[in-house]
Design a protein around this ligand. Structure first.
Ligand code: SF4
Ligand code: SF4
Ligand code: SF4
Length: 375
């Protein structure tokens, strides 16, 4: 079986599908610290892409509350029960990925969710990590925690769905690394549903084919960010490309945050698919929980995030989240502003570090009305 380098694991690994790396790799950074669970992203995607028959239960974008939430229910726990516990040493994964220790005829290690696992997309929403006793109140110490985890397909560099499909109906585009399912070729065997460790391939009972997040490719082809990114109320998302065929570029905001500053980390890298949604870990959550979710670099990523106030370059890159509908290819901090350019070199974002303050007059003399404090 072919050996592929997986930089997220610090080593080479077996991957049962021999295909070249794409020219560019679509990628996202999600700042978990800023997500407010408004679900605008889920609704934007649902309205645009999955409002058809048989797609009622499919949320290509979902937001779940950790530690108890999960859609489909227990998607990650069920795989972790089957797989070896992740073991890391000096940044290198020592345990096996879902592709390793499999015979050439076996699919990647996976599981098939039950139909009912999709029936409660928001189970566990807002539940804390431990019960709050009757009569307890906030007293300054806050031992309980939870956080919101927004999830879409990771458009993995080594996708399990591609490796598992016996009809080669699932493919990865060379021009941007987006992973798609050819609806003409798919026969509904659901091998992708079973193999995807993130459970981001869905079976449509009406069309009898499997479907998945299309990475908003019609928008990406026009140089625009995905709908779930554009609509994000908390501005927690940055969408762009990671350099794959060249060294990371310090002026590419995605390369800068993921590869250079390493402030954003992949979700469950131990599965081995090299996912391309990178999360800035929530600073209030215990490291032990985060380490099994985002790998061994959680401490450094948290420290890096907490050094933002002294790092204007990194802060500048973060201020481009949700700044424009265009995909930002290049950025630069100039004085008190950060500027972003699209792939054509057109300036598409200019964000000041300090927002100007405008004071509205209490009484609007021109229109003879009070504008506030009228009670
Ligand atoms: S997240 Fe799942 S569906 Fe998406 S590319 Fe990776 S393996 Fe395939
Ligand atoms: S990238 Fe597009 S298709 Fe995928 S989850 Fe976001 S809105 Fe939906
Ligand atoms: S729109 Fe943004 S802030 Fe709201 S739930 Fe989605 S990711 Fe979180």
């Amino acid at each position: 079986m072919p050996e592929r380098n997986n930089w997220q694991l610090g080593r080479d690994m077996t991957y049962p599908y021999d295909a070249p790396l794409p020219q560019k790799q679509v990628a996202y950074v999600f700042d978990i610290n800023k997500c407010i669970d408004c679900q605008t992203c889920s609704v934007a995607c649902k309205n645009a892409w999955t409002s058809g028959k048989g797609e009622e239960y499919a949320f290509w974008n979902n937001v779940e509350t950790k530690p108890y939430g999960g859609y489909p229910i227990g998607w990650d726990l069920k795989l972790m029960e089957k797989a070896e516990l992740a073991k890391w040493k000096d940044g290198k994964l020592e345990s096996k990925t879902i592709f390793e220790d499999r015979s050439p005829l076996e699919s990647p290690l996976g599981h098939m969710p039950d139909t009912m696992d999709y029936s409660a997309p928001n189970l566990g929403e807002d539940e804390l990590s431990q019960a709050v006793g009757q009569g307890e109140h906030f007293n300054g110490l806050h031992p309980m925690w939870m956080f919101y985890l927004a999830r879409i397909c990771n458009h993995c560099t080594l996708p399990a769905c591609v490796a598992a499909c016996p009809r080669q109906a699932v493919y990865k585009r060379d021009e941007d690394g987006i992973v798609l399912i050819d609806q003409e070729r798919c026969r509904g065997y659901q091998e992708c549903v079973k193999a995807c460790p993130y459970k981001k391939a869905f079976y449509n009972l009406i069309s009898r084919t499997s479907e998945k997040c299309i990475g908003c490719y019609p928008r990406v082809e026009q140089g625009e960010v995905a709908l779930c990114v554009e609509s994000c109320i908390g501005k927690i998302r940055l969408h762009g490309f990671l350099s794959t065929q060249e060294e990371p570029r310090a002026d590419n905001p995605l390369d800068y945050l993921v590869k250079i500053k390493k402030v954003a980390l992949p979700l469950y890298p131990q599965f081995g698919t090299s996912p391309n949604v990178y999360y800035i870990p929530p600073v209030h959550v215990p490291n032990a929980f985060l380490e099994q979710m985002f790998g061994p670099s959680v401490l450094q990523a948290k420290a890096m995030y907490q050094s933002l106030k002294d790092d204007k370059q990194m802060l500048g890159a973060m201020m481009l989240f949700g700044a424009n509908i265009r995909i930002i290819d290049k950025f630069k901090v100039e004085g008190d502003e950060v500027i972003g350019w699209d792939a054509k070199g057109t300036e598409v974002a200019r964000v000041p570090f300090t927002e100007p303050t405008y004071v509205r007059e209490h009484y609007d003399a021109k229109h003879k009305v009070y504008r506030h404090n009228t009670t």
